[in-house]
Design a protein around this ligand. Structure first.
Ligand code: OGA
Ligand code: MN
Length: 291
């Protein structure tokens, strides 16, 4: 496809999400071609592109339009690369990994609502996930609109939340799957960080509640009180009408705004079916709060 026609943006859900068509994102884009995509990203938070089969190099090239990419940490099978691999396939043999294998257990943390890299001092701007191999059924990715979640909070709770800072760490989400699952190396490379409980979009000012499975407790509060408050906020946020569930087709690519969206994986038959998704993660430009 030559990128000569108009780019079309079609809403996927009343609150957020849009499908972008009329542009081939597998080839290099000029600043003029990328402009409307970036604007749609700031506005809609989740962008779906269909029928864009791509390889790793093409995914990196498109992702870099949003900014520099993060390098994957030791806990993922693709450690040291620009990819986080979400798959039930052994990286060497291409065959399904048994369900009781640590690599499968570890991925179960993706079933909790989260924002990628909220456990990093400078958290991620956005992630891009491409569907390379899809199961015939199941394995949807779900997205939760945290702008709507913020707007739905009673004003008194918004006022409580505003000055707060949460401690985030990868261990908080991984311990929910199985205590002690992270290696000493993984723990050492990721000391806990502080994050504000909201993020404001720099272009349109829309505020989003910023929590999720890596958030452990509230700085300066008794641990259990902070944990319970985070659980209450999560409970308030996850209304069915704030969720968009995406059923993947091979060749799909989705970019989501980690500042404004929580996401989670859903189950599929990992013994019978194959799933291979490649994620690139684009870094943010500043911490949400001084550390
Ligand atoms: C991710 C993620 C969900 C999925 O790639 O960051 O959470 O459905 N993926 O694979
Ligand atoms: Mn994720």
């Amino acid at each position: 496809m030559r990128n000569t026609g108009p780019v079309t943006v079609r809403k996927l859900h009343p609150l957020f999400g849009a499908e972008v068509s009329g542009i081939d994102i597998t080839r290099p884009l000029s600043a003029r071609e990328f402009g409307p995509i970036r604007a749609a990203f700031e506005e809609h938070s989740v962008l779906l592109f269909r029928d864009q089969p791509m390889d790793d190099a093409q995914q990196i090239q498109f992702s870099e339009n949003f900014g520099p990419l993060e390098t994957t940490l030791s806990a993922n099978p693709a450690a040291g690369t620009k990819f986080a691999r979400q798959s039930n396939l052994d990286i060497e043999t291409g065959q399904p990994i048994p369900n009781d294998d640590m690599r499968m257990i570890y991925q179960k943390a993706n079933y909790f609502w989260h924002s990628d890299s909220s456990f990093k001092r400078i958290p991620s701007l956005c992630s891009m996930l491409t569907a390379r191999v899809c199961p015939p059924t199941g394995g949807n990715t779900e997205f939760l609109c945290m702008r709507a979640a913020w707007d739905a909070l009673p004003p008194a709770i918004q006022a409580t939340v505003e000055p707060l800072v949460a401690e985030h760490a990868l261990a908080y989400s991984r311990d929910r799957v199985q205590k002690g699952i992270l290696s000493a190396k993984a723990l050492a490379e990721l000391p806990p960080v502080k994050q504000r409980l909201y993020q404001d979009n720099p272009i349109n000012g829309r505020r989003a509640l910023y929590i999720g499975a890596h958030a452990g407790h509230i700085v300066g509060w008794p641990y259990d009180t902070g944990r319970a408050f985070l659980a209450e906020l999560m409970e308030r946020a996850q209304r069915p009408e704030f969720v968009f569930s995406h059923e993947w087709r091979e060749g799909d690519a989705i970019v989501w705004d980690n500042r404004a969206i929580l996401h989670r994986a859903t189950a599929y038959d990992t013994v019978k079916h194959k799933r291979l998704m490649q994620r690139t993660t684009i870094g943010g430009d500043a911490p949400t709060v001084s550390q």
